[in-house]
Design a protein around this ligand. Structure first.
Ligand code: ADE
Ligand code: ZN
Length: 333
């Protein structure tokens, strides 16, 4: 079979997807109309044409603007169901999904509205598509730690609806150390911890995320490759990196995909995984991200295996997914 069909059939886990970043222009326009929210773009084409970014902040400005159309429980449900439908069509078997509550509560949308919509979609996706999923609550790092603390307080009545906390948004000048206390509290509550680090920020931020926030996975982590000591540690401790090739390209984190650091990560024995980040904005979901790097089948199998190994799901599910993946590898080549 050709590479495209091999990628399509490959069983996958997605560990780095912002649900708000899966808001396709068509749904954004439909929700704007449904909710009477005005957008400054006259058409879907005009909106899509604005998706040309020079850096992370360029993108984030549009990302926060776009999420203004999300107001009601049904909106969050529709958003997540659209993602699950797409993920299922690409044979994503398990997804760990970021959401940005402060992007909504800051606009007056109660936490209960968004969590209920997302949770209802998760349950329906499990039934309809056999895709399992968990939610990871991300703190926006351009806001201060007190805001993150309040967000965690607000979320605690729904503690059983999410499995971990993350850290996202503008990275430069916002080091992980600013969020040490709120991460300690979250970990004390039994939540998993992950953080975006080394996307635009330096290798030092990756080190801080590990040492101070005590995260179990690093989201992106590209800049860790600038520091040989850090590379050795990430390899030795097999700390998963959730890498997002098309995101890196669209946000000018890498100049082109031929030189993408993923190849070096695999050569160095790092536990890299492939993910889509904000697929509606960056031109591709899981399959497009895998195809973009033109990898060998062996490397694609390694990346898919790493995705399931690095997931926070229970051991029995992990083994079941890994066995299905191995069977595919034996039959699919
Ligand atoms: N929020 C959504 N996508 C993000 C990214 N790639 N980096 C940081 N914050 C984000
Ligand atoms: Zn991200």
């Amino acid at each position: 079979m050709d590479d495209r069909r091999f990628i399509e059939g490959l069983p996958k886990a997605e560990l780095h997807i912002h649900i708000e970043g899966s808001l396709e222009p068509e749904l954004m326009m439909a929700l704007a109309q449904r909710n009477g929210v005005s957008l400054r773009f006259p058409s879907i084409e005009a909106l899509r044409a604005a998706y040309r970014f020079s850096n992370l902040q360029d993108f984030l400005d549009l990302y926060y603007e776009g999420m203004r159309v999300l107001l009601h429980e049904q909106d969050f449900y529709d958003l997540a169901m659209a993602y699950f439908r797409k993920a299922a069509s690409q044979n994503v078997r398990h997804a760990e999904i970021f959401f940005d509550p402060q992007g909504h509560t800051g606009r007056g949308v109660p936490f209960r509205i968004l969590i209920d919509g997302l949770s209802r979609a998760q349950a329906d996706a499990e039934r309809q598509f056999d895709v399992s999923s968990s939610l990871i609550l991300c703190f926006l790092r351009h806001l201060d730690e007190a805001d993150a603390e309040r967000t965690l307080d607000e979320a605690l009545p729904w503690r059983d609806r999410f499995i971990g906390v993350g850290l996202d948004s503008s990275e430069k000048g916002r080091p992980p150390r600013l969020f040490e206390r709120v991460f300690a509290r979250a970990r004390g509550l039994g939540l998993h911890a992950v953080a975006h680090a080394g996307e635009e920020g330096p290798a030092e931020y990756v080190r801080e995320a590990l040492d101070l926030l005590k995260v179990e996975r690093i989201d992106h982590g590209n800049r860790a490759l600038d520091d040989t000591g850090l590379i050795a540690r990430i390899a030795r401790e097999q700390i998963p990196l959730t890498v997002c090739p098309l995101s890196n390209l669209r946000l000018c984190v890498v100049p082109d995909l031929e030189d993408h650091p993923l190849r070096r990560m695999l050569d160095e024995g790092l536990m890299a995984t492939i993910n889509s980040d904000d697929p509606a904005y960056f031109g591709g979901y899981m399959n497009e991200n895998l195809a973009a790097l033109r990898l060998s089948r062996g490397d694609m199998m390694t990346l898919a295996r790493n995705g399931f190994r690095a997931a926070f799901c229970d051991e029995a599910s992990k083994q079941r997914h890994l066995e299905a993946l191995n069977a595919y590898g034996l039959s699919g080549t």
